[in-house]
Design a protein around this ligand. Structure first.
Ligand code: ADP
Ligand code: MG
Length: 632
């Protein structure tokens, strides 16, 4: 390799380093967790490489991490025989920040004042070494290269790249440590005991040995020997009894496997014995990642067979609607050479999946009963996904419906179907819902006028998935789901309903010629009839009994799905002066062109009220302006 080159850090990286060097963090020791985690990733990667064919087979018989110190020089080094990096790698991986989010990072830092949890989130673990070091060098040899590379920086604006000295595959990171300052969290990172303590605390579960030499003086006369010790237990966290593992250990493990910096909301330990044996450790995250709703989001759990990692993301272990769950499954009786195709066919995997789904549903049910606030938090993050399950998973449909929470016309609190049922109005025979784009629009909808007046609660559905699951769920505990904007509607006691229906029929008869004239003037309207829904508004549009909402129709079309046009019915409020004047005008002069225009204004008003879009908005404004100027 040629001479040493000096590079400038990318601007974002520079700012970040500045922060690392100058801010005051409570837990400075977390740099070690980050560097060990990177080494562990590098060891995983070389093992995956080794599984593929190479001219020279890769030796992965003793994958490990080693810590070494020089107290006199105040250095600490972390080495691994993992995948290694070449020159391009160090420039790209260490000179830039992959995830562009430094601004976000800095504002969060100001908010929280602590960098600890933020480091993992932004994929900047490596830079945390500058919290404790005045100079960092990286000496690395990539598995497919024969030239080692040396990267150095003291955390100011630049770094250098030159020739490294490693002769064996892997990476050595050497830190020139700052002065010890216990009060400010700078422990003695050259002491065996300090390092062992930190490894135990943050990295015990790492499944490669983390080794370090220890000087032992024994006997009389004293003899000093050097022993190699493995600092971490490498114990599979999932097989340890829950009461022996601290919350902190679970949290660190979760953060390691999920690369999520939040604490998990819930930790679930599962053990199945009998015909198929397995152990699992599942985590429900506390926040939904940005990518969770993307079509191509990949879920998946780590799959081990008798402690050997088989797959880092086995998607077959959970249905897609539980793709937010992270964790590990360790099965006893699966073959070690499982290919993807085999995984899909393997009956045991299916049994494990079923069992896990049941465990998750049970845990959520318990959470809902015992920790309602926590459950609300869960629902806000992942409820949408569980609703996919209502549609997908017929076997769990009832459980999921019981968990489901909705917004409604009664206040801002979530309501479950059970709670809705309990507080139904007298004589109410259905669970009413209204589907649309957003809550504030729905709450204003004319379709709700009579419900509000009669005190009947209506569930408000704003997620596309709501109308999807409704296509397979027709009732809940004997109660039918009915749209507040579809079909004919009567509310109240049997007697009230009967009377209202008779009144309406009478009105429809009396207004028959007027209504059918109006229908003839309006394109795309199947029928015009008297409404039982309205009190304040002059008109609204409804769909046929089992029709989908116009909102859903729009969404499906936007996704390129074919949809037959949904026939709409215009319902008018016979007590509204606009409707009354229109009718008397019509009776005085059946051929007035102006009245035809006013009928279409009425229709447009109904369409606007439900958040619909006018085909010709400019025409509508001209019509309204003209009508208004007449009245002045
Ligand atoms: P992250 O681990 O989230 O990707 P880091 O800042 O911790 O972010 O590391 C940046 C990148 O540097 C890693 O993704 C990896 O590609 C590379 N890297 C860091 N340490 C090592 C190592 N010991 N061996 C090989 N590559 C490493
Ligand atoms: Mg990292």
């Amino acid at each position: 390799m040629s001479a040493v080159e000096t590079h400038e850090f990318q601007a974002e990286t520079r700012q970040l380093l500045e922060l690392m060097v100058h801010s005051v963090y409570s837990e400075k020791e977390i740099f070690l967790r980050e560097l060990i985690s990177n080494s562990s990733d590098a060891l995983d990667k070389v093992r995956l490489q080794a599984a593929q064919s190479h001219d020279k087979p890769l030796d992965v018989s003793d994958l490990h991490i080693r810590l070494a110190v020089d107290p006199a020089e105040r250095t600490l080094s972390i080495s691994d025989n993992g995948i290694g990096m070449n020159k391009d790698d160090v420039v790209h991986l260490l000179g830039t920040i992959a995830k562009s989010g430094t601004k976000d990072f800095m504002s969060k830092l100001k908010e929280k004042g602590d960098v600890n949890d933020l480091i993992g989130q932004f994929g900047i673990g490596f830079y945390s070494s500058f919290i404790v070091a005045t100079e960092v060098t990286v000496d690395s040899l990539r598995y497919d290269s024969d030239e080692a590379v040396l990267w150095t920086s003291n955390g100011d604006g630049t770094y250098t790249v030159g020739e490294g000295s490693r002769t064996e595959r892997g990476t050595t990171i050497t830190l020139k440590l700052r002065e010890k300052d216990e009060e400010n969290g700078l422990r003695d990172f050259t002491s065996f005991w300090t390092l062992k303590d930190i490894v135990k605390k943050h990295s015990d579960f790492i499944r490669y040995p983390i080794r370090m030499q220890r000087t032992v003086t024994q006997g009389d006369p004293p003899v000093t020997t050097v022993e190699d010790e493995t600092l971490n237990s490498m114990k599979a966290l999932w097989s340890r009894p829950k009461d022996e593992v601290s919350e902190e250990e679970y949290k660190e493990f979760y953060q390691h496997i999920s690369k999520d910096w939040h604490e998990p909301l819930e930790t679930l330990k599962v053990k199945a014995e009998g015909t198929f044996e397995y152990e699992a450790l599942l985590f429900i995250p506390s926040k939904a990642g940005m990518d969770l709703m993307m079509q191509d989001h990949r879920g998946g759990l780590q799959l081990y067979v008798r402690r050997v990692l088989i797959s880092d993301r086995c998607e077959e272990l959970l249905p897609t609607y539980l793709r937010f769950i992270r964790g590990v499954v360790d099965a006893s009786d699966l073959p070690l050479n499982l290919s993807r195709e085999l995984l899909q066919k393997e009956r045991q995997i299916e049994q494990i999946r079923k069992h896990l789904v049941r465990k998750v549903c049970d845990a959520l049910k318990t959470m809902k009963t015992d920790h309602p606030e926590k459950f609300q938090q869960f629902w806000e993050q992942f409820g949408r996904l569980l609703k996919e399950g209502i549609y997908q998973d017929a076997a769990r449909r009832d459980n999921l419906l019981e968990l489901a929470q909705f917004h409604s016309t009664k206040g801002d609190e979530w309501v479950s179907l059970e709670a809705y049922k309990e507080r139904m109005a007298e004589g109410q025979e259905a669970i009413y819902f209204l589907a649309g784009e957003n809550l504030s629009q729905l709450r204003e909808s004319p379709h709700l006028e009579t419900f509000t007046k009669k005190g009947v609660e209506v569930l408000l559905f704003t997620e596309p998935v709501d109308e999807v699951w409704l296509s397979v769920v027709h009732e809940f505990q004997g109660m039918k789901f009915m749209s507040a904007a579809a079909g004919e509607l009567e509310l109240g006691s049997d007697e009230e309903k009967k009377k209202a229906q008779e009144d309406r029929e009478k009105q429809n008869k009396e207004m028959a010629t007027f209504l059918s004239w109006m229908g003839s003037k309006l394109e795309g309207v199947k029928e015009v009839r008297v409404s039982s829904r309205l009190h304040e508004s002059p008109a609204c549009l409804v769909t046929e009994e089992n029709g989908v909402s116009p909102h859903f129709e729009k969404l499906m079309k936007a996704m390129g799905q074919e949809m037959p046009p949904q026939p709409r019915i215009l319902e008018v409020n016979p007590d509204h002066p606009f409707v009354q004047k229109l009718q008397s005008g019509y009776e005085a002069n059946k051929d007035s062109a102006e009245l035809g225009t006013l009928a279409s204004v009425l229709y447009s008003l109904a369409l606007l009220a439900e958040g619909g879009e006018l085909a010709k908005p400019a025409e509508f404004t001209r019509q309204v302006a003209q009508a208004l100027s007449k009245g002045l």
